[in-house]
Design a protein around this ligand. Sequence first.
Ligand SMILES: [Zn+2]
Length: 258
Amino acid sequence: MARHTAKSHKIRKVEILVIQIQICLLGYQRYLDKIEKLQNYSSKLFEVTNCIVIKQLPPCDHEWGYSDNCINQLLTSSNIDNSNVELCLCFIDNPIEYNYFTRDLSEFDSKTVLCSFYQVETIFDEQNIDIFNYIHGIILNEIVQIATLHKVNEDYFLHDDTRNCLFDMCGLKKDIAIKYGVPSLCPSCIAKIESTAVDKEFVPLLNKEFKSFKKALFYRIIDFVKERPILSIIITFLSTIIINILSSFLYELLKFIL
Ligand SMILES: [Zn+2]
């Protein structure tokens, strides 16, 4: 009986934590492969349950981009329905209001966020960071808000200074590479999360998911060489000597055996 209760409790926790997400793709998408990866991504915190495509956009009303108002009208005229999900993320390639990365579309509803890819590729390529980190990072940022506040309200968590935290403001746009390179949560944000009625497993699960943001081995080696060029030269030099010694030894051994 005790075992049965523990199992039921575990199932209940998972049901609480998994946040259902709808994705809405606005206009031409350069990163469809990353969006597809997100749709198939296995997480204990979220799942993408639906993807809507709005192929044609209205004329730009904010230089070469779009204001919140324009996107709100587009979503309304397209009859976007978020009643079956807890979060709706709209992805667009164009710049958005104030050249932000994301905008809470609170005029539309309390669970819709507009996310722009504008300038992200340039910043991430410089640091050899996969652009999937950007999408995945936004998801984790938003689900913290949904899990704690039950609505999107990034202002509640954001801080101006850069702390390598999920809620860095990124007034300097290039800091987005620090925020979502390998993200973490600063003590102040953890305290805010834990002050709500969120499940105790939530922060540990987030920390576990942050570990998946690590760069591929190839890029980590490149970063190591860039950061420690002298040490890298010494390692290469010593490795060459060791390989030469081993080769000579192997040659002598084969000669002896054969
Ligand atoms: Zn923080």
